[in-house]
Design a binder for this molecule. Structure first.
Ligand SMILES: Cc1cc2nc3c(=O)[nH]c(=O)nc-3n(C[C@H](O)[C@H](O)[C@H](O)COP(=O)(O)OP(=O)(O)OC[C@H]3O[C@@H](n4cnc5c(N)ncnc54)[C@H](O)[C@@H]3O)c2cc1C
Length: 395
């Protein structure tokens, strides 16, 4: 593909930049640099603004509310969103279950769910992982037993991001104990208000509440909530993971983070009293990460341009998460001692708490702590290397 931006692309960039400048509410522009969501109301407000403009789901087919933009335009859009420090929209509906519903769902499911995802009125969470079923996802044990026009679901999910904020959960459940474990799995949509669902918080090492355990006790789920065919859920689950991993690459967010580190390094001093940005050792570290980030950017553009890209999303996930973590570490190094008072002062779950020290140190610890998870969620990097070895390299 041609990686130069055309005059039309630049005009498109101006249009997007102008819209964001005119419509991003100030409280939304103050979002943290990390992947963790800010206030739900802030994200919802920004989601609604994009929805009203018709820009909430650029990658969706136009018939379901997508923009019809090409890969380069979508890339420019993401860059401008990150540049303006706008909050990241929640991916569970827009990037994950939405594409599953319009690709594999029936007409009733499309008309019932897609609109709420697009408008941001209905929030979703992802019920894949279980204690004992993370990397080895096919060993999941949550059972759904057919009883007339319902399934009765029993079991437990874990690491369920934002389950405490979600209206619906999409779940992998076992509907048959077959010889090949992948063949007895189904994909169910479950209303979080259904009796028998209990959500318990898990507080992360960064002191944040975004993770949960979700328990199911005799939860009755209408059979209409089954996506596609019973026992074929593994096919849909894998399709969704490709979308999830591509989005974890996070090029725009990392560019924003690199710019933030430059700002910190201009303000902070090294042990010799010179600006950190003039410190050769520091410059070398930052440049090393930015070189990797630039190659990631081109890889991302290539993968976005290739609609059939499946296992390549694993490449993006590995390099993207490594870049995010390297930037997180460098930011910690740059703010130095200011990392400590923030850690002690931050009440669990509140990433917007004001820490002691300069504004640029705010969120750096939470960002670093949350970033440790990037090589784990969406399938750990070790597992992605295994996918690359088997599927791309045929080893
Ligand atoms: C912040 C965060 C958010 C998450 N959000 C969600 C969510 O919303 N919904 C959801 O369903 N899940 C979510 N997860 C769970 C995530 O998908 C799993 O943590 C991940 O798949 C790894 O599974 P595990 O934790 O059980 O680790 P394990 O599978 O027990 O792995 C432990 C370690 O062993 C390594 N390992 C395991 N098997 C192999 C192998 N075959 N070869 C080489 N190394 C191996 C792994 O790489 C890892 O380092 C989230 C996780 C995190 C950290």
């Amino acid at each position: 593909m041609n990686i130069d931006f055309t005059p039309e692309d630049e005009a498109f960039r101006d249009e997007v930049r102008g819209f964001i400048a005119a419509n991003l509410p100030p409280e939304c522009a103050d979002s943290p640099t990390l992947g963790v969501m800010t206030d739900k109301s802030v994200v919802k407000r920004w989601h609604k603004t994009l929805y009203e403009k018709g820009w909430a789901a650029p990658a969706w087919p136009e018939e379901y509310g997508g923009t019809g933009w090409n890969a380069t335009q979508r890339f420019i859009f993401n860059e401008e969103i990150a540049r303006a420090n706008a909050p990241r929209l929640m991916p569970f509906g827009l990037t994950m279950v939405g594409p599953i519903i319009y690709t594999f769902g029936n007409a009733e499911q499309k008309s019932r769910h897609l609109q709420g995802i697009l408008s941001g009125d209905v929030w979703w969470c992802q019920g894949y992982s279980e204690p004992g079923a993370g990397s080895d996802l096919a060993s999941l044990k949550t059972m759904a037993v057919r009883d007339g026009d319902h399934y009765v679901v029993n079991g437990q999910k874990i690491w369920t991001s934002y389950a405490h904020e979600a209206d619906w959960i999409f779940c992998l459940v076992r509907t048959e104990q077959s010889a090949k474990r992948q063949e007895g799995i189904s994909f169910l949509l479950i209303d979080m208000r259904t009796p028998g669902i209990e959500v318990r918080p898990i507080i992360s090492i960064a002191g944040l509440h975004h993770l949960n355990e979700v328990f199911f006790t005799d939860v009755k789920v209408p059979v209409q909530n089954l996506i596609g065919e019973e026992n074929k859920g593994w096919t849909y689950a894998k399709y969704l993971l490709v979308h999830e991993r591509t989005s974890i690459g996070g090029v725009s967010e990392s560019k924003k983070k690199a710019a933030h580190i430059r700002a910190i390094a201009r303000a902070e001093r090294n042990a010799d009293g010179e600006a950190l940005m003039d410190d050769t050792a520091f410059q070398r570290k930052l440049a090393g990460i930015e070189v990797k980030l630039t190659s990631l950017e081109y890889m991302n553009l290539r993968i976005l341009a290739d609609a059939a890209a499946g296992p390549q999303s694993s490449l993006l996930k590995i390099v993207g998460s490594e870049v995010q973590q390297a930037l997180g570490e460098l930011a910690v190094e740059a703010v130095g001692y200011y990392i400590e008072p923030f850690e002690q002062g931050a009440p669990p779950g509140d990433v917007n708490a004001r820490g002691i020290g300069p504004a640029h140190a705010r969120n750096v610890w939470a960002d670093y702590g949350y970033g440790r998870a990037a090589s784990i969620y969406g399938g750990s990097n070790e597992i992605q290397r295994d996918v690359i070895a088997r599927v791309i390299l045929n080893l």
